[in-house]
Design a protein. Structure first.
Length: 417
């Protein structure tokens, strides 16, 4: 299986082919979708010999909708495929890593608390919501989505009714976020403004919901996070990054805190978002396990505002400073004496050579690297190893069941420390 969800195979004449809707070990008849000089891309239209893990996709929009790539595999098979893809990708990158621990999702459906729904019309010309078609920019209307939380999908009929009343205005995409604990819905128009009357129409059409335009509160359960007695609450707006699988986010953050160890010392958090990991580390029940100081780096203005709020809201006692800048720029303003531990959670592009070079000069003894792309992770781990770091541990937390996306958290320490 290749990263991206296509099975890697060959045609009868030996041509390399990437085939959607197929699984390793299967014999399929495939329709060629595109042809390149070195490979073909296609999709399975008939399975002559199926793999043991094959199943009928539970979603009626597969394979037209482009949101999910692995629904034709049962969940145990999906997890094993991701483990293999991660191992193969890191090996090809030249990084030397231990075998990954795997944390499967407790709920492989109804997990996303955030989604982007495009404005589209149904077959009768009525206002509808939809997603992009597979490997296309065209849209397909949907009435439901099995990977979105039911607090989002239960609201879709009311949202369509509100849009039928007001029209979409110049809005092209409706960005939605919900809380798993209550029927609260945060919405934002993207691609153009929504009608001024849409907020009132949504409130009327969703009588069981609290409908927000500004922000909502997201709660992380202390018992599920790391066994602490209390919960942590964060304010969230539409522009701030959030881990969309809220249940699995607890496992991801728990592993990151474990990797930080019980003496993190002076902590730097790059790509800090709204400050979740720093706040979680700074509010541990054992004061000795909290960082002695904090430097948080985040270029998003919205996340920076929320992050500063969260540090004060949770009464973080360690001295802290926030650098509202790109990580590659801000690391130069951090003194080596400020960084015993470093946490990074970059976007899909990863760190890159410039950031790794600055990390090498900074010289933290411990790095916790949260990644959402195995290819850029492999590149960066190889660079960090060349800079004198070893990969001590690696965990795959399956944040995105039914899709090819792979989320990991890695622990690196400076060799000879």
């Amino acid at each position: 299986m290749a990263h991206g969800g296509a099975a890697l195979g060959r045609t009868e004449d030996g041509q390399v082919a990437f085939v959607d809707d197929a699984l390793p070990g299967e014999l399929v008849e495939a329709e060629v979708v595109s042809e390149r000089k070195r490979f073909l891309r296609g999709r399975a239209v008939h399975v002559t010999r199926g793999a043991p893990g094959r199943r009928q996709p539970p979603c009626p929009y597969v394979p037209v909708c482009g949101g999910c790539q692995l629904q034709h595999a049962d969940y145990a098979t999906q997890v094993e495929l991701k483990r293999q893809v991660l191992a193969d990708t890191l090996r090809h990158s030249g990084a030397v890593v231990p075998q990954a621990h795997v944390v499967p999702a407790e709920s492989p459906l109804r997990y996303r608390i955030r989604g982007e729904f495009h404005m589209v019309k149904d077959g009768d010309g009525r206002a509808a919501l939809g997603f992009t078609r597979r490997r296309s920019w065209s849209l397909v209307p949907v009435d439901d989505c099995l990977i979105h939380h039911h607090h989002l999908t239960d609201a879709l009929p009311g949202i369509r009714a509100a849009l039928a009343e007001t029209g979409p205005g110049r809005m092209r995409t409706l960005h939605l976020t919900c809380t798993p604990d209550a029927r609260e819905l945060l919405w934002q128009a993207r691609g153009g403004p929504a009608p001024d009357t849409l907020q009132a129409a949504l409130t009327d059409a969703l009588p069981g919901y609290l409908v927000h335009q500004d922000s909502l509160t997201l709660t992380y359960r202390g018992a599920a996070l790391d066994g602490r007695p209390g919960d942590l609450m964060f304010r969230l707006d539409s522009d701030a990054f959030v881990q969309v699988n809220h249940v699995q986010a607890h496992h991801l953050y728990s592993r990151a805190l474990q990797y930080l160890g019980d003496r993190p010392g002076r902590l730097v958090e790059g790509y800090a978002g709204f400050g979740a990991i720093s706040v979680m580390a700074s509010t541990r029940p054992d004061p000795a396990a909290r960082p002695s100081s904090l430097v948080l780096i985040e270029e998003s203005r919205a996340s920076t505002i929320l992050g500063r709020l969260h540090l004060r809201l949770h009464e973080v006692e360690a001295p802290w400073r926030w650098l509202p800048a790109r990580v590659e720029d801000a690391l130069g303003d951090v003194a080596p004496g400020e960084a015993d531990s470093l946490v990074v959670d970059p976007p899909r592009a990863g760190l890159g050579a410039e950031v790794v070079e600055r990390i090498g000069k900074l010289g933290p003894g411990r790095i916790v690297y949260v990644s959402c792309d195995p290819a850029t992770l492999g590149r960066d781990l190889a660079l960090l190893q060349a800079a004198g770091y070893g990969v001590d541990d690696l965990t795959l937390v399956d944040m995105f069941p039914q899709t090819y996306h792979i989320e990991t958290v890695s622990l690196l320490t400076r060799m000879g420390r």
